[in-house]
Design a protein around this ligand. Structure first.
Ligand code: DAH
Length: 341
């Protein structure tokens, strides 16, 4: 009997457990009613009287040993479990949480416009924001006394020689036509400046995209089809367009394009002032005088041009009521475009 007790003792001293399930299994094995120690106690009856004292003490100390050993194992396993809980160990998580930035709404829309026109074969062209009168006005057929040259609209940096901030991206048309020969198919996104009082509806700088196509036999039908494609890609396949006659010095004939209001689907709402239509861009056939000023023969070549404000298109897509929001860098506003990327 003593041998059995001693071998159980050394067995118990070496017990280990790595989780609470294993601890419970050990408790059942040694300390439960059907466990090893209860079995020893049951056999205790058969121990001869003279050994009862010695064996009884040995069984008692074995029970104490088993109880304290198993309780100790339980405590350390639980402490370990808690430590894991605290570390919130989730092996499927990324190592470092990465706060994702958002694209500015104007960049989102500019990129969409660029992508639509690039599918039609247009490539990006850029020009300087600090310009001269020739590129912004004279080459584009603005008469010397045209009101757009007035100080009220244009930020002049210098008079003689004339240095000014471009008031539209049409200046890039001249920049490109001066330096390349048709066929020309370009799209020019960029920032423009006008001397306007800042309000919810006007700003002293904003963004435009200009498109220019010059080649043999370019017709108004080409322009119209390009506009329809653009409008449907940008605002959805149901979108309708209409062209209204207009005037720009650098195009003849000139037109303004409206699209069916994308908020009410053309039924009429406060956004489209109950007309069902909203204006989005100016366009026309490049005036022969503009081609001439860039030394392109208008007898051989013709072209169309169009220009739109990116803020305007962005407002139509995202209903931003106040233009100033675009340049205030308010993160609450910018973070709204998280999913539009
Ligand atoms: N440059 C004009 C503006 O700033 C927009 C524009 C109208 C551009 C007609 C064009 C065009 O190329 O053909 O208001």
């Amino acid at each position: 009997m003593l041998d059995r007790i001693n071998s159980l003792k050394s067995e118990i001293e070496q017990l280990t457990a790595s989780n609470s399930g294993e601890v419970e299994a050990l408790r059942i094995k040694y300390l439960s009613k059907k466990g090893e120690i209860s079995a020893l106690m049951a056999d205790f009856r058969n121990v001869p009287a003279e050994s009862k004292r010695e064996i009884g003490q040995a069984i008692n100390s074995l029970k104490e040993l088993a109880t304290s050993k198993i309780n100790g194992l339980r405590e350390s396993v639980e402490a370990g479990d808690n430590a894991l809980d605290n570390a919130d160990l989730d092996l499927s998580r990324t190592a470092v949480p990465m706060p994702l930035g958002t694209r500015h709404p104007l960049s989102i829309v500019r990129n969409q416009i660029i992508s639509i026109f690039s599918r039609l074969g247009f490539t990006i062209a850029e020009g300087p924001e600090v310009e001269d009168d020739w590129h912004v006005f004279s080459s584009l057929n603005f008469a010397p006394d045209h009101p757009a040259r007035d100080m009220q609209d244009t930020f002049f940096i210098n008079r003689e020689p004339d240095v000014l901030l471009r008031t539209h991206t049409s200046s890039v048309q001249t920049r490109v036509m001066e330096n390349s020969r048709p066929p020309i198919r370009i799209i020019c996104p960029g920032r423009v400046y006008r001397n306007e009082a800042i309000s919810a509806r006007a700003h002293c700088f904003f963004h435009q995209v200009e498109a220019l196509y010059v080649d043999r036999n370019v017709s108004f039908a080409d322009l119209r089809q390009t506009l329809l494609y653009f409008a449907r890609e940008m605002f959805g396949p149901e979108t309708k367009i209409r062209l209204r006659p207009s005037y720009f010095p650098f195009t003849e004939p000139s037109a303004e394009m409206d699209i069916s209001c994308n908020l009410c689907g053309g039924k009429g709402c406060s956004f489209c002032k109950h007309t069902g239509w909203v204006e989005i861009l100016g366009c026309g056939m490049v005036d022969p005088n503009v081609l001439k000023s860039c030394k392109i023969d208008p007898e051989v070549y013709s072209g169309f041009a169009l220009g739109m404000g990116i803020e305007r298109i962005t407002n139509l897509k995202f209903q931003v009521k106040d233009l100033r929001m675009f340049s205030e860098n308010d993160r609450r506003f910018l973070e709204e475009f998280q999913s539009a990327r």
